[in-house]
Write a protein of this length. Structure first.
Length: 188
């Protein structure tokens, strides 16, 4: 699903139901992103990816698009090259609650060697004796830790994503995709 985040709300603009369980592949991700990027081509675009969109291949493809920024969460077992020929799994960075790191110009994955991107890593602080279960590892082409983590934190845009999950997916009338501008205005 692709949503437009506006005023702390996410407005679904394109989605595709897949006939399978599990993560989508790059072809399926491009299938929902290409029409969305075309629709929003006159605007500054930041693609925020969680779960479905945590892909180094997707980051590489997005980096080839004009005027598209991204903050995509990586899995903790992903390898990054922080210094020449020195590779680490993200979980080996040793983050603890309250810590944050930013690395510029890293390479990701040993086999594919995609490079020239940034890595933002942040482990939220303890609040009322609770801390997040794990840190965020964000692959980005944004220029700072604060830009990358601030953008990524907006990925659900408030209640919009949950609204879609709770109300639209189960209604056949909303499965027509993509929505035209007139349909968007009428429904939202």
């Amino acid at each position: 699903m692709v949503s437009l985040v506006y005023n702390r709300r996410s407005i679904p603009i394109y989605f595709c139901l897949l006939p399978k369980k599990g993560n989508s592949n790059l072809t399926e991700q491009k299938q929902v992103l290409e029409p969305s990027l075309k629709l929003l081509k006159n605007y500054k675009i930041v693609v925020l990816g969680d779960r479905e969109f945590c892909s180094v291949d997707l980051a590489k493809w997005l980096s080839e698009q004009e005027q598209v920024y991204f903050s995509l969460r990586l899995k903790k077992n992903e390898y990054v090259e922080l210094e020449e020929q020195i590779w680490f799994q993200l979980k080996e960075l040793g983050l603890s609650p309250g810590m944050a790191l930013f690395y510029e110009g890293v390479r990701v994955t040993k086999s594919k060697g995609f490079g020239g991107v940034n890595l933002a890593a942040k482990y939220g602080r303890k609040y009322r004796q609770k801390s997040p279960k794990e840190p965020w590892y964000i692959l980005t082409n944004l220029s700072s830790l604060s830009y990358a983590t601030s953008a990524y934190s907006k990925r659900m845009g408030g209640k919009g994503g949950q609204f879609l999950k709770d109300n639209l997916i189960n209604q056949k009338s909303y499965l027509k995709s993509p929505l035209s501008r007139e349909e968007m205005r009428a429904r939202f």
